[in-house]
Design a protein around this ligand. Structure first.
Ligand SMILES: Nc1nc2c(c(=O)[nH]1)N[C@H]1C(S)=C(S)[C@@H](COP(=O)(O)O)O[C@H]1N2
Ligand SMILES: [Mo]
Length: 526
């Protein structure tokens, strides 16, 4: 074929060194892959970027002498130098991957895969890591490999190592490769720019968070009574660590708020509008309380509930400064990202210690839990009370305003329903015959739990041991040992609150205002 079209060879422009193009393909694919990975991290898990994690791992691995030398040489620019080194190494590896892939299909991909594995290891071994952080290096590796493969294949069509294709294909093939190379480079620049904009705000917010100290509470938390925490393997800890705390919100990316720029406004049906900044809020007399918050979407037996030690200024104090007008019955709280919740005014002004929370378990609020300020209201589901990244409280009426979830099929009111859960044994587990220990948690925030009972195979209810409470606003642990002979059993739990009303037996779905029914588990005794 090639002999048939000598004229076409004239149109073939010189391509320079194919090896250089292969290296360029590697660099473009690598840059786009890394940018895609960083973007994924920025969207999902802003605190663990693969590049930063790798840099951290390098810092940890470098002997102290070298570290000191670097600080001596570069001073405070040592971080910039480190980043420059990472970029240089990544660039060289990417170029090498391009060259290798052109030499032999799969070799460059293998190198990209190795780099991805290094990033994955660095990310999952970092302290702040969450399971979703693993996605970023995986995305980076896959994107790099796919682009590298595509680019090198097109390059091979344009500049085949043996003359396998006719020269009449060359101009087309050339355009195809250069277009792909340009597209890949453009994608890398766009993804890189978006990531930089996105993570700069996060870095500022988490930098502030890392260097701030929480004020001492004027009203410290009640001491946890001895015996509130049962020592039963597998039972939910009485206080949920921040890292294990459930997270629910509509935010695609975690809002990053710089506290010095933060303000909370009180508007609407008030005598005078009030505005408070972060420094002023921190200087107020703080209250510390253990409060168990729960999500209305928590299914019976589900884990969208957690108990934390919150530090904050009572919402009622701020509302008192503004002076709600007669006739108001609701506060519409708004988040920085526009999300809203409708909370009965009553719940924010009575003595229940609804808080403008700044602290969670002794730390400033984690970014994903509402940094710098969120609301925490004992007794109400999160969707009508626990606004994160709080920016405005509008005093209004249920008749005049609706919150985010109300037109979407959920209630405008959301008192937490009395519920109980079996944590141990896990449903479906087999256990040894004899005395089988059951244990779990029960909650009826702001009313308190007075009794927890278990029944086996729908027999008589038997009373479990109820641990002492921190307060009625938190969950309670319970435990009960039952003698069981080999066989299959169905075990159910129910709690009774201080009104004397046992939890509802009839099953209700989570919408519109919270699930009901008994948590039911199956155990195999052998
Ligand atoms: N800004 C904002 N705040 C929000 C939400 C939200 O979607 N956006 N979800 C609420 C819901 S439904 C719940 S259950 C709680 C969960 O709080 P957590 O993520 O800290 O556990 O936050 C509430 N605050
Ligand atoms: Mo929720």
């Amino acid at each position: 074929m090639s002999t048939l079209a000598p004229a076409n060879t004239k149109q073939r422009r010189p391509m320079g060194k194919p090896a250089l193009w292969a290296a360029a393909a590697g660099v473009a694919a690598g840059a786009a892959g890394i940018a895609a990975g960083e973007l994924t991290a920025g969207l999902l898990s802003p605190l663990v970027s693969p590049v930063t994690a790798l840099g951290g791992a390098v810092i940890d691995a470098v002997p102290p002498g070298v570290k000191d030398l670097a600080v001596q040489l570069f001073g405070t620019a040592d971080k910039i130098v480190l980043v420059a080194c990472i970029v240089a190494v990544a660039g060289i590896l990417a170029a090498l991957a391009g060259l290798l892939e052109r030499r032999r299909t799969g070799w460059g991909l293998a190198l990209a895969g190795l780099a991805g594995a290094a990033g994955l290891t660095a990310v999952v071994t970092r302290a702040q890591s969450s399971p979703q952080a693993a996605l970023a290096p995986i995305v980076a590796a896959i994107v790099t490999m796919v682009l590298l493969r595509t680019l090198v294949r097109r390059l091979a069509t344009w500049a085949p190592s043996q003359e396998a294709h006719g020269p009449e294909q060359a101009p087309l093939a050339r355009r195809s490769f250069l277009n792909a190379l340009a597209g890949t480079s453009l994608a890398a620049v766009v993804a890189g720019t978006v990531t930089t904009v996105l993570t700069r705000a996060t870095a500022v917010a988490s930098g502030f968070r890392g260097s701030m100290t929480l004020p001492e509470p004027a009203t410290p938390a009640q001491t946890i009574p001895a015996g509130a925490s049962l020592s039963l393997d597998g039972i939910s800890p009485l206080v949920t660590p921040n890292a294990d705390f459930y997270r629910i919100d509509t935010a695609l990316t975690v809002p990053a708020i710089d506290p010095p720029a933060w303000k909370l406004k009180v508007t609407g049906m008030v005598e005078r509008e009030v505005e408070i900044d972060f420094a002023t809020l921190l200087a107020k007399p703080m209250t510390e309380r253990h409060i168990t918050i729960a999500c209305v979407s928590n299914n019976v037996g589900g884990d969208l509930i957690g108990n934390a030690l919150w530090l904050g200024w009572p919402v009622r104090e701020l509302l008192a400064m503004a002076g709600p007008k007669v006739g108001a019955d609701m506060v519409l709280s708004t988040s920085n990202d526009g999300w809203t919740a409708s909370t009965p005014l009553e719940a924010l002004t009575d003595d229940r210690d609804a808080l403008l929370a700044v602290g969670m378990n002794g730390e400033p609020l984690p970014l994903e839990h509402g940094f710098p300020v969120r609301m925490i209201v004992p007794g109400l589901y999160g969707f009508v009370s626990a606004t994160k990244w709080l920016t405005e409280l509008k005093v209004t009426r249920f008749a005049d305003d609706t919150a985010y979830w109300t037109p979407r099929g959920w209630s405008d009111h959301g008192p937490i329903k009395t519920q109980s859960r079996i944590d141990v044994p896990r449903s479906g587990r087999s256990v040894q015959a004899g005395k089988v220990q059951f244990g779990g948690v029960a909650w009826a925030q702001h009313r308190g739990i007075t009794r927890v009972e278990l029944r086996v195979n729908r027999g008589a209810w038997q009373q479990a041991t109820l641990a002492s409470a921190i307060s009625t606003d938190t969950w309670y642990q319970w435990q009960f040992g039952i003698d069981l002979t080999p066989g299959d059993y169905e075990v159910q739990v129910r709690a009774t609150d201080s009104t004397g009303e046992p939890q509802t037996e009839g099953k209700a779905p989570v919408a519109p205002d919270g699930a009901t029914g008994y948590h039911t588990i199956n155990v195999k005794v052998s």
